[in-house]
Ligand binder design. Structure first.
Ligand code: HEC
Ligand code: HEC
Ligand code: HEC
Ligand code: HEC
Length: 441
C-alpha cells in the first residue's frame, strides 16, 4: 500500500460516505463492464462545460455537484493515468518489455486510458484524458443529450448505455477490471518484473480515496437507491474473489511455459527475506496440504470471505473452507483440480452473494466481523502481505461504518505502522501490533 492510501484511509470522512451500521440491503443488478465500450465516447471535454460538470465549486442546490470534472482533473489520479505512461518509470517498463513505447501499447492503454476502438471515439475524444468519465460511466452517445432532461430518469439513462456504477456489484466489477485485471488485460509477472507496482484494491477505501464526486443524500437515494454502507464492502469482497477465480480458471493458470502465471501467487510467497525467526509457514497450513516451502496462491480475498461467512453464514462456512483449501492445494499446479474447484467455489460464492444481499447487517455483526479480522491479524495466520493488507483495509472500513474512526485512530495507526509496506512487512511485527491493540476493538 502506498503512503497516500495509508493517509487517506484515515480520512474517510468525505461527504456522504458515512453510513449507519444497520443497513438493509437493496437489490442489485449485474452489469457487463464490456458494455462501456458499446457506444461512442465523446471525451471528458464534452462533460466539462461551465453549465455542465465543469463548475469550479460544488453546487449544493443541484441534483449533482456539477464540479465533477474539476475534482477529476485536479484530485483524481485517473485523470493522469495516461500521463503516467509518459513517465520515466513507464519508459523503463516499456523498454524492459521490448515495447516501442508505453503510451502506444494496448497492454498499457487498456487500463491507463479509455482505450475504446477507433470507431467509438467522438470528435472531442482524447487518449490524453486517461481514465476519463466514460471509462467508468460508459459511452455517452445515446444519453449525453437527454440525461439532464426534465422527467428523464436514471433508468432511462441506463437503458441508453449509462453504466450502473451506483450498484455495488457493478461498481466492484468496474473497478476490479483494472485494479485486479481480467483475462483480457492483466498485469502479468512479466510486467511486474519490468517494474509495474503490485496492485491492491478494496472497494470502500478506494471509493473514498478516488475521491468521490458524488454524495449519497436523500435526493441520490430517491433517484438511484441506497447502495452505500456494508453492502459496498461485501460486494467488493465477493467480486474480488469472483474476479480472481476467473483468472484462475483462465489460460493464465495453465500458463504458457508449463508454469502458472506468477502474478496469481502471493508476491511474498517468493519475494521475502529468509530470517529464520520470522518465517511464514505455520502448522495449520498442513491441513490445506501446504508443506513448508510451497507456493501460496494469492488467497487474500478468500480468506476475508471465510471470516465473513463465519459471521453471516455459519452454516456455509465448512463447505467454503473446504473449497478454499482445495483451491489453494490445486494452486500447487494441478490444472484439472483447479478447474473443478473454481466451478465449485463460484457456485458457493453465488449462494453467499444472494444471501448477503438480502441481509440486514447489524451493528453487532459489524463489530463481530471486525473482531474476527483483528483476531486473525493477532494470530500467526496473516503472514502474507496481501492478506494482511486486505484485512487491515477491511478493519478501517468497518471502523468507519461504526463511526469509531476518531476513537480508534491510535490503534489503526499502530496497525498501519506494524504492517509497513510490501518491502518492509514482517509477519511477527504485524502480529505484535495487532495483539497490542486487539483489546480496543
Ligand atoms: C480503466 C481502468 C480503471 C478503472 C475502471 C478504475 N481505475 Fe482506478 N486507477 C486506474 C489506474 C491506471 C490508476 C493509476 C493512475 C496513475 O497514478 O497513473 C488508478 C488509480 C486509482 C486510485 C489511486 C490509487 C493510489 O495509488 O492512491 C484510486 C483510489 C482508484 N483508482 C480507485 C478506483 C475506483 C474506486 C474505481 C471504480 C469506481 C476505479 N478506480 C476504476 C485504472 C482504473
Ligand atoms: C490491469 C490493468 C493495468 C495494466 C495492464 C497496466 N497498468 Fe499500470 N497501473 C494500474 C493501476 C490500477 C495502477 C495504480 C496502482 C495503485 O496505486 O493501486 C497502475 C500504476 C502504474 C504505475 C505507477 C504510477 C504511480 O504514479 O505510481 C506505472 C508507472 C504504470 N502503472 C505503468 C504501466 C505500464 C507502462 C503498463 C504497460 C506495460 C501498465 N501500467 C499496464 C493498472 C494497470
Ligand atoms: C474511476 C471511475 C469514475 C470516473 C473516471 C468518473 N466517475 Fe463519475 N462516478 C463514479 C462512481 C463510482 C459514481 C457513484 C455511483 C453512481 O452514482 O453512479 C459516480 C457518480 C457520478 C455522478 C452522479 C452523481 C449523482 O448524484 O448521481 C456524476 C454526475 C458523475 N459521476 C460525473 C462524472 C464526470 C463528469 C466524470 C469525468 C470528469 C466522471 N464522473 C468520472 C465513477 C467515476
Ligand atoms: C513463483 C515465485 C514468484 C512469485 C509468486 C512472484 N515472483 Fe516476482 N520474481 C520471481 C523470480 C524468480 C524473479 C526473477 C529473479 C530476480 O530477478 O529476482 C522475479 C522478479 C521480480 C521482479 C524484478 C526483480 C529484479 O530485480 O529484476 C519484480 C519487481 C517482481 N518479481 C515482483 C513481483 C510481484 C509484484 C509479485 C506478485 C504479484 C511477484 N513478483 C510474485 C518469482 C516470483
Amino acid at each position: 500500500m502506498n503512503a497516500l492510501l495509508k493517509t487517506l484511509a484515515h480520512a474517510m470522512t468525505v461527504g456522504g460516505l458515512m453510513a449507519s451500521a444497520c443497513l438493509v440491503a437493496t437489490s442489485s443488478v449485474w452489469a457487463d463492464v464490456s458494455s462501456i465500450a458499446d457506444n461512442v465516447h465523446y471525451g471528458a471535454a464534452s462533460c466539462a462545460g461551465g453549465a455542465c460538470h465543469g463548475k469550479s465549486s460544488r453546487q449544493d442546490n443541484r441534483t449533482v455537484w456539477l464540479n465533477e470534472h474539476r475534482i477529476w482533473r485536479s484530485q483524481d489520479y485517473h485523470s493522469r493515468a495516461y500521463k503516467t505512461l509518459l513517465s520515466p518509470a513507464s519508459k523503463l517498463i516499456a523498454a524492459k518489455l521490448g515495447l516501442a513505447s508505453a503510451h502506444t501499447a494496448d497492454i498499457c492503454l487498456d487500463c491507463h486510458a479509455d482505450n475504446v476502438p477507433k470507431d467509438k471515439r467522438g470528435p472531442e475524444f482524447s487518449l490524453n484524458d486517461g481514465v476519463g468519465c466514460e471509462a467508468c460511466h460508459g459511452g455517452s452517445e445515446n444519453w449525453i443529450k437527454t440525461h439532464d432532461d426534465k422527467g428523464n430518469t436514471h433508468a432511462d439513462n441506463i437503458a441508453n448505455g449509462l453504466y450502473p456504477s451506483e450498484q455495488p456489484v457493478a461498481r466492484a466489477q468496474l473497478c476490479l477490471s483494472c485494479h485486479l485485471g481480467t483475462p483480457e488485460k492483466f498485469t502479468t509477472h512479466r510486467i511486474m518484473g519490468a517494474g509495474h507496482p503490485r496492485l491492491s484494491f478494496e472497494l470502500e477505501n478506494f471509493t473514498t480515496n478516488q475521491p468521490p464526486h458524488f454524495s449519497v443524500d436523500d435526493d441520490y437515494r430517491d433517484r438511484k437507491g441506497d447502495f452505500e454502507g456494508v453492502q459496498l464492502w461485501l460486494s467488493g469482497q465477493l467480486e474480488g474473489s469472483r474476479q480472481f477465480l476467473k483468472m484462475l480458471g483462465s489460460s493464465y493458470f495453465t500458463g504458457s511455459r508449463g508454469m502458472p502465471e506468477f502474478s496469481l501467487y502471493d508476491c511474498q510467497s517468493c519475494h521475502h527475506g529468509l530470517d529464520p525467526n520470522d518465517l511464514r509457514w505455520y502448522t495449520e497450513r498442513r491441513q490445506q496440504g501446504i508443506e513448508p516451502g510451497s507456493l501460496r496462491l494469492a488467497d487474500h480475498h478468500f480468506r476475508t470471505l471465510q471470516l465473513i461467512s463465519q459471521e453471516l453464514s455459519p452454516a456455509k462456512t465448512a463447505a467454503l473452507k473446504k473449497a478454499i483449501d482445495q483451491l489453494v492445494l490445486a494452486g500447487q499446479g494441478d490444472p484439472k483440480a483447479m478447474a473443478t474447484t473454481v466451478t465449485q467455489l463460484q457456485g458457493l460464492i453465488d449462494e453467499l452473494g444472494a444471501q448477503w444481499r438480502g441481509l440486514s447487517v447489524s451493528t453487532a455483526n459489524v463489530k463481530a466481523l471486525r473482531k474476527r479480522l483483528v483476531g486473525e491479524a493477532a494470530s500467526r495466520r496473516m503472514v502474507d502481505y496481501g492478506t494482511a493488507e486486505q484485512g487491515l483495509l477491511s478493519i478501517v472500513t468497518l471502523t468507519e461504518y461504526l463511526g469509531e474512526a476518531d476513537r480508534l485512530a491510535n490503534s489503526l495507526d499502530q496497525l498501519f505502522n506494524g504492517l509497513g509496506n510490501d518491502e518492509t512487512f514482517r509477519p511477527k511485527a504485524y502480529q505484535r501490533a495487532a495483539k497490542a491493540v486487539q483489546g480496543s476493538f
